[in-house]
Design a protein around this ligand. Structure first.
Ligand SMILES: Nc1ncnc2c1ncn2[C@@H]1O[C@H](COP(=O)(O)OP(=O)(O)OP(=O)(O)O)[C@@H](O)[C@H]1O
Length: 779
């Protein structure tokens, strides 16, 4: 439903609108209320052998003579929850799925029983139809399909939603369905007449819209809901301000269409199946989790999906047609207390009407709405209630949830969904590992930022492969744009990945210095270091509480701490510094107070890490006292600790060695335990042997065969081999993928065989691949 009003031709506009409203009301109530009633009746006839309190799962298991595992059930009956025993909560799609699967299963039952051989579990359901012939369900399913198709058109295409003719089409389709059911199930004439009469009565009662009915509110939403939400979000999401120099780009212009990998279970990691991101909506599950490391592009993906929802045109973003309303909520929000408040932000005008808020909420859950929730890893005491409310209500509605999270909170999220009986599938954002993808990504920004064509991409190509593996996440590519703009000379000096992170903080200092130079001639270097410590400390305090937004009041406290440092420089105000480091955030919903954030959470984490590194360098306090975190706060500082390890390894490797037991304990307390966790650490600290060791040992514990498929994995395995050797090492790579240095390290460190499969690029099957083969000579 598009939510646009079609203009009247010759009649007064008021009349025409009223006609439209009536038509929408009837159509919606028809598909949401009357049609499911009729289909439920048919389903009840198919299920005469099911005991009334028996769940469909138990019933099907009884017929099949075997139990379903959770995953099997999820795969085959995604829409039907495991303990559902009555179809009241199912809409037309769910009912269709149930009837289709059950009828096929019943046919299977009859086929598997030879006459006189064994007892058929179906005692009441008859195999013959009214004419004594073997029952044939295809025609019934066709009639049902017709109803389902009508429903889809009414719910998804606004021109159809307001077409009066569809109301009578629906009635005809339902009456035909009843007649077909009469034949298949040999129904007595009186029962058929009763059913038909009910349909007539229901359609009659819908002739006069009832303003108190929930379908009236569904109609209101269909008329103006989408437009209201579009007005709320479109301008706010269309532009994107880049982290450091506040350049503005148009989001749709720079959007790089990301791929995702399906994750069957958290333990096994992605199953290697790569899909374009729109395919996530093909999953049958109600909840879609999109996970990805810091800066992988989760929020950006959501924002683009929201924008595309408002621009639905023929052939574009078809995957969003299944939804007719969209609600966006950010877990970092610390002021919106309930789902009703979220609804009010989205539909201000409608909510002004009496009982509007509650009615809209109920109507939304009847319609096919998509709840888009960003950043579950950032959930706080307030937003957790809103998220729980959405998930609870989703379980018994037609809505779906799309929710993003960093990987470490995915397990908690999955549990929240499972306990609320909402099934889910997780998709992990695929890192941009290929040079071609990275260049394509940068080219868009080059164009949007007005940089000479090829200038930035050429500079990127000069990076050695070892450094390039750091740029597999969008946030790092964005920071590369900043580096290219402000400190192009440093790019050529990068030899190792660790060189890059320090330069990001240097870049901030340079930008603040430039700003300060406008107002003072004083030497700022020491002062800047002190200010960065104050800001880093504040960054850490907020992260500990899982807060990425600060209120005006909280910002004031930081400013106060800056004042003594700035005491001699009258002209320098703390505002100048903070304006470079922080960005002003008007709440996306337009309601509530203005807040402040770092340009990106990763940058907040880098600042916090820098503060910790400086404190460790003083070598006075324990890490525990520097972190000052409660046990339950430790998981929030996980990425910060990784940056600390990286920073220390670069500036004082000996100190890192000395403080490693403390750091390792802190990392473990922060939840770094499995191989996947250590691997993530190793991505940020690729040359740190202290990290490589636990990564290697945990990997070996999980698997004795190691697979290597990308240049990034070559580096990872090369770092781990000194500490553990797998039984089998299978390398399947494109010859140009790995860095020469990392590949040579891998070959040298491997004790035992390497099973190597080289995937030469198409058209170059006879490539010599000397770079890969040379290090292997003599091994
Ligand atoms: N698909 C994309 N196309 C273009 N730019 C992107 C894309 N994804 C991310 N970016 C850029 O990278 C930055 C970081 O991405 P984003 O904030 O979406 O990451 P995230 O995964 O949500 O990170 P976090 O977990 O730290 O919140 C964005 O501000 C945007 O500039």
């Amino acid at each position: 439903m598009d939510g646009q009003s079609v203009q009247a031709s010759s009649r007064p506009a008021g009349d025409h609108i009223a006609d439209e409203i009536y038509a929408i009301y009837r159509n919606i109530a028809g598909v949401l209320h009357v049609a499911p009633k009729v289909i439920r009746f048919v389903v009840s006839k198919e299920c005469v052998d099911k005991k009334s309190n028996e769940s469909y799962k138990k019933y099907i298991e009884r017929l099949k003579g075997k139990e379903f595992s959770k995953t099997e059930w999820k795969r085959q009956f995604g829409m039907i929850s495991e303990d559902l025993s009555h179809p009241d909560d199912l809409d037309i799609t769910g009912l269709f799925c149930l009837l289709e699967k059950l009828s096929r299963l019943h046919d299977e039952c009859w086929r598997s029983v030879k006459p006189g051989d064994k007892k058929c579990p179906l005692e009441k359901l008859s195999r013959s139809d009214k004419n004594g012939l073997p029952r044939e369900l295809e025609k019934l399913l066709d009639k049902l399909r017709k109803v389902k198709e009508l429903r889809n058109k009414i719910m998804h295409e606004f021109e159809v939603t307001l077409a009066p003719q569809k109301f009578s089409d629906l009635k005809t389709a339902l009456l035909e369905l009843i007649e077909e059911a009469e034949r298949v199930y040999s129904l007595p004439q009186s029962e058929v007449e009763d059913q038909k009469k009910n349909v007539h009565d229901d359609f009659e009662s819908l002739q006069t819209p009832d303003k108190k009915s929930i379908y009236h509110w569904c109609t209101r939403l269909a008329m103006s809901g989408k437009l209201a939400v579009k007005n709320l979000w479109k301008t706010k999401l269309t532009e994107e301000t880049l982290p450091l120099d506040n350049s503005i780009v148009q989001r749709p212009e720079v959007f790089h269409s990301l791929d995702v990998m399906v994750r069957r279970s958290r333990r096994d990691g992605p199953d290697g199946h790569v899909l374009p991101y729109p395919d996530i909506f093909k999953a049958p599950e109600k909840a879609i989790i999109v996970s990805g490391v810091a800066g992988a592009g989760k929020t950006t993906l959501l924002k683009n999906i929201v924008l595309q929802f408002f621009e639905l045109q023929e052939g574009n973003a078809d995957y969003l047609r299944q939804f007719n309303q969209l609600i966006l909520f950010e877990c970092r929000d610390r002021t919106t207390e309930s789902l009703a408040d979220v609804i009010e932000q989205h539909f201000k005008d409608l909510c002004r009407e009496l009982e509007g808020k509650q009615n809209l909420l109920d109507a939304l859950f009847l319609l096919h709405a998509l709840f888009v929730i960003d950043g579950y890893d950032e959930v706080n005491n307030v937003s957790t209630n809103v998220v729980s409310e959405i998930i609870k209500k989703t379980s018994s509605s037609n809505c779906r949830v799309l929710i993003t999270t960093r990987p470490h909170s995915a397990r908690k999220l999955e549990m929240l969904l499972t306990t609320n009986d909402v099934n889910s599938t997780e998709f992990e954002i695929k890192p941009l590992t290929e040079l071609a993808e990275q260049l394509e990504f940068l080219t868009r920004y080059e164009k949007s930022l007005g940089i000479k064509q090829g200038e930035m991409t050429e500079s990127f190509k000069t990076l050695n492969k070892d450094v390039r593996i750091l740029f597999t996440e969008p946030i790092n590519l964005i920071l590369f744009c900043d580096m290219h703009k402000h400190m192009p000379e440093t790019i050529s000096s990068w030899e190792k990945p660790g060189d890059v992170a320090t330069d990001i903080l240097r870049l901030y200092k340079k930008l603040v210095t430039l700003k300060l130079a406008d107002v003072t001639h004083l030497e700022c270097e020491v002062m800047l270091d002190d200010l960065f410590v104050v800001i880093g400390k504040a960054a850490l305090e907020f992260i500990r509480e899982n807060a990425v937004t600060f209120s005006e009041k909280e910002l004031l406290q930081v400013k106060r701490k800056c004042i003594p440092i700035l005491k001699n420089t009258v002209e320098c105000s703390s505002e100048i510094i903070l304006s470079v480091v922080l960005k002003v955030n008007r709440p996306l919903s337009g309601a509530g107070e203005t807040t402040y954030t770092f340009h990106h959470k990763s940058i907040q984490e880098m600042f916090a890490a820098e503060f910790i590194v400086q404190r460790i360098l003083e070598d006075k306090d324990t890490l525990k006292s520097i972190l000052d975190a409660e046990p339950e706060e430790m998981s929030s500082v996980r990425e910060v600790l990784q940056y600390v390890v990286q920073g220390l390894s670069r500036c004082k490797p000996r100190l890192l060695k000395k403080r490693w037991p403390e750091l390792k304990k802190a990392l473990t307390d922060a939840g770094v335990v499995s191989f996947a966790d250590w691997q993530e650490c190793l991505r940020i600290c690729p040359d740190v042997e202290q990290v490589a060791k636990p990564a290697a040992l945990s990997k070996l514990k999980e698997n004795k065969t190691w697979h290597v498929g990308t240049g990034r994995e070559v580096a990872l395995v090369a770092a781990m081999l000194p500490y553990a050797q797998p039984d089998l090492l299978e390398v399947k790579i494109k010859p140009d993928d790995p860095s020469k240095r990392r590949w040579a390290e891998l070959v040298k460190r491997r004790v035992g065989r390497v099973h190597l499969v080289l995937q030469n690029p198409g058209g170059d099957e006879y490539k010599s691949n000397d770079d890969i083969l040379l290090p292997m000579l003599g091994t």
